[in-house]
Ligand binder design. Structure first.
Ligand SMILES: *Cc1c(COP(=O)(O)O)cnc(C)c1O
Length: 230
């Protein structure tokens, strides 16, 4: 999938986001596009930023640190989207503005301890939506108590939920998982009596971001469709 250049790919992804929004009566401004840049060299990240990409997502702390130093000073919001070990929390904070993959009390506690005093670090709670043993994420049943725990950590700003559903070739088969995520976040909002809290739902990748948007995604994480095959 190395069709056009990055700018063309990005424009096409934006058109597809707008079309998906249109099908369900949403506005494209409601959907943040995270360009996933794992394995992508800095030159190509710059190219994407010049074409208007505003948010990038990295999976590995070491890779993110070296690349992001090269991008220092440029206006880009950095999301950490990989599995994060508790002992790497400090390093991750040095190269990330958001952490999308908070999946344990120890990690949440360490992020809170390492965040700057007075900081409000935007975080998402990662849900193991397919209940897959090999994937990280909080189980559905643990979510309310985990949310309450994280809300007690004063330097964390819990913005919503994130998931990597089981992989299927056909997006229609992922749809029930996206729909379930939407139900989960709506239930949490209801429990909290705060309909406007937890506004972010990060789900959908190159193969299924349109379906995710139809089901309520506010953040889509797209790598291949922008940068080509890894
Ligand atoms: C790699 C990755 C993506 C992007 O996947 P593509 O299929 O290349 O769009 C999204 N989210 C996470 C967590 C990833 O690791």
């Amino acid at each position: 999938m190395r069709s056009g250049g990055i700018a063309d790919n990005l424009a096409l992804v934006r058109e597809r986001i707008a079309a998906a929004c249109g099908r369900v009566g949403r506005e494209p401004v409601e959907v943040k596009l995270v360009g996933v840049t794992k394995t992508v060299p800095v030159e190509r990240i710059r190219e994407a930023m010049e074409a208007g990409l505003e948010i990038i997502g990295e999976n590995y702390v070491q890779e993110a640190r070296s690349k992001l130093q090269a991008l220092a000073g440029l206006p880009v919001v950095r999301h950490f989207i990989g599995h994060l070990q508790t002992n790497k929390a400090k390093s991750a904070l040095e190269c990330s503005d958001w952490i999308e993959t908070v999946d344990s009390r120890s990690l949440a506690t360490e992020l809170n301890r390492r965040a700057a005093p007075g900081a409000k670090l935007p975080v998402l709670l990662q849900v193991n939506i397919g209940g897959e043993e090999t994937k990280s994420g909080i189980q559905e049943s643990e979510l309310p108590s985990f949310l309450a725990f994280c809300r007690g950590l004063d330097r964390l700003d819990v913005r919503g939920l994130m998931a990597i559903p089981p992989f299927f070739d056909q997006p229609e088969r992922v749809r029930p998982h996206f729909r379930r995520m939407r139900e989960l976040i709506e239930n949490l909002r209801k429990d909290a009596g705060e309909p406007r809290s937890l506004s972010e739902l990060s789900m959908g990748m190159s193969g299924d971001f349109e379906t995710a948007i139809e089901e309520g995604a506010t953040i889509v994480r797209v790598g291949t469709a922008i940068f080509g095959k890894r």
